[in-house]
Ligand binder design. Structure first.
Ligand code: BG6
Length: 484
């Protein structure tokens, strides 16, 4: 199989916060990999802009180190780092003042696609938008890219949207949720809407329940101060898990086109039922003999912030009425595993005498660590001895199916930045989607705050608090085990 890389149009990409953590870890190594794959035009410019006093060469050295540290070189097997670095420029800039804006303007060419990546604190979004406008740098065709956290509740998200829309139209705003850039997430849409096989079964007549798990082994150490003001609900559920839920549950859009897809996702969020307090479990990881507890990492011995959350919710529409959607996410869990599991119902009658093993078809869509899908099907156990049935997985691991091409699958940020240049908003969150997601999560968080809800402790590197297990046991179900 030969991968087809289609180069994007020529562009100038300005990275505000070009010396920050996200730029070093993700954006710049990602751009380098796109360069190596031949997708980035040889004249395109990447312009870093931040407070630090670098000149162009100083910034190039900084970026070289970032790429060497964060995997760009090895992964791409590419030796063109020097020529890539020649396409980089830098200007120190004052987001709240006048310094740097003239230089920035002079570095931009004006006749190519223009994108501005706001890789900075949301409190600076308004200043940047205003400066770009007042200095006549942005045009009606420019694109701006913003990161989560997009607000911390409905009110602040509305304010941010209003701030950005003062100077930019919604069609110019690209709100990143990097989960939407993951290969399997897009494959989920391909599988659902590109095959005749699944869609007829994709409803409450055939689906028993759906599980969405995003488990991480990392702690919040290092970013405890930020995380403690956020918690798993704001950090992961409001964005990544809800986006996965939307893609799994949405109606088929009439076309794979930005607004058609986003309209359908929005309908799912609006149809989500409020979560009953006893259908949600919060947790906080404990210390191990060698490692700190959540509260130590957060620097607050009395913190009530959750590092784990599990919940059951329903979607109130014809397709999904009565089908529970279970979601869970946590830090310091037993394994790093992100997956969506669609558990189909039992057969309504088994023709095989003595077979009461309760076989079920289960579709597993694995996002991490290995991207792929499996469908558990029931077959006859090979050999003599009558009709004994067993469940075996039909495996579609991308590594096997795609061979060496699997190594060329772009990481989420690479794909999303290229989509910005292409002007394709399908994999970006629209303002109304983000607001609707907050409208659903706000009452849950406010309920915890009002009750001063105390998260349940859980052992580090475990499956989370026992109550999370009980949430499904009560319904006669169980979570898919987190395999190590
Ligand atoms: C980020 C969260 O959005 O996603 C982090 O802020 C989390 O807390 C990360 O660790 C997970 O991303 P990934 O791609 O490693 O699953």
């Amino acid at each position: 199989m030969v991968s087809r890389v289609i180069p994007v149009e020529d562009f100038d990409l300005v990275i505000f916060g070009g010396t920050g953590d996200l730029a070093r870890r993700k954006i710049l190594p990602g751009l380098f990999r796109r360069y190596c794959s031949g997708q980035m035009p040889k004249d395109a410019r990447i312009i870093g802009a931040a407070r630090s006093e670098f000149d162009h060469d100083g910034y190039r050295t900084f970026v070289r180190e970032a790429i060497e540290e964060f995997g760009g070189v090895d992964k791409a097997g590419c030796t063109e780092l020097d020529s890539f670095l020649n396409q980089l420029f830098y200007t120190p800039i004052n987001a709240k003042g006048v310094e740097g804006w003239d230089t920035l303007k002079s570095l931009m060419r004006g006749n190519v696609v223009q994108a501005f990546y706001f890789s900075v604190a949301p409190s600076l979004f308004g200043d940047l938008a205003e400066r770009l406008h007042d200095n006549k740098i942005a045009t009606p065709d420019s694109r701006i890219v913003v990161e989560k956290p997009f607000g911390r509740d409905l009110e602040s998200a509305k304010e941010l949207n209003a701030t950005l829309r003062e100077h930019f139209d919604e069609t110019q705003i690209y709100r990143i949720d990097h989960y939407l850039g993951k290969e399997t997430v897009q494959n989920l849409m391909a599988v659902r809407f590109g095959n005749i096989l699944f869609e007829p079964l994709w409803n409450n007549k055939y689906v028993d329940h759906i599980q969405i798990t995003v488990a991480e082994t990392v702690s919040v150490g290092g970013r405890g101060a930020y995380y403690d003001k956020s918690g798993a609900m704001r950090d992961m559920v409001q964005n990544h898990l809800m986006q996965l839920l939307c893609l799994i549950a949405m109606e088929p859009p009439s076309q794979f086109e930005p607004d058609a897809v986003r309209d359908e996702k929005l309908k799912v969020i609006r149809a989500l039922e409020p979560v009953e307090p006893h259908h949600i479990v919060r947790g906080q990881y404990d210390a191990t003999p060698d490692e700190q507890s959540y509260r130590d990492d957060a620097g607050d011995p009395k913190s009530f912030t959750e590092s784990f959350v599990a919940m059951k919710t329903h979607i109130a529409n014809w397709r999904w009425a009565g089908v529970p959607f279970y979601m869970r996410t946590g830090k310091k869990m037993r394994a790093r595993s992100s997956e969506i599991i669609v558990v189909f119902k039992d057969l309504n009658h088994s023709i095989f005498e003595g077979d009461d093993a309760g076989h079920r078809n289960v579709l597993t869509i694995q996002l991490q660590p290995n991207e792929g899908m499996t469908l558990d099907v029931t077959i006859k156990e090979p050999g003599p001895g009558g009709m004994r049935l067993i469940d075996v997985p039909l495996d579609m691991s991308f590594d096997e199916a795609l061979g060496p091409d699997a190594d060329d699958i772009p990481e989420a940020y690479e794909r999303l930045i290229m989509d910005v240049i292409r002007g394709n908003q399908t994999l970006f969150m629209r303002g109304d989607e983000v607001e609707a997601a907050w409208a659903w999560t706000d009452p849950i968080i406010q309920g915890w705050e009002a009750r001063r809800d105390v998260p349940k402790p859980y052992d580090a590197y475990s499956r989370g608090p026992e109550d999370a297990m009980a949430l499904l046991h009560r319904d006669g179900r169980k979570w898919r085990d987190l395999s190590v």
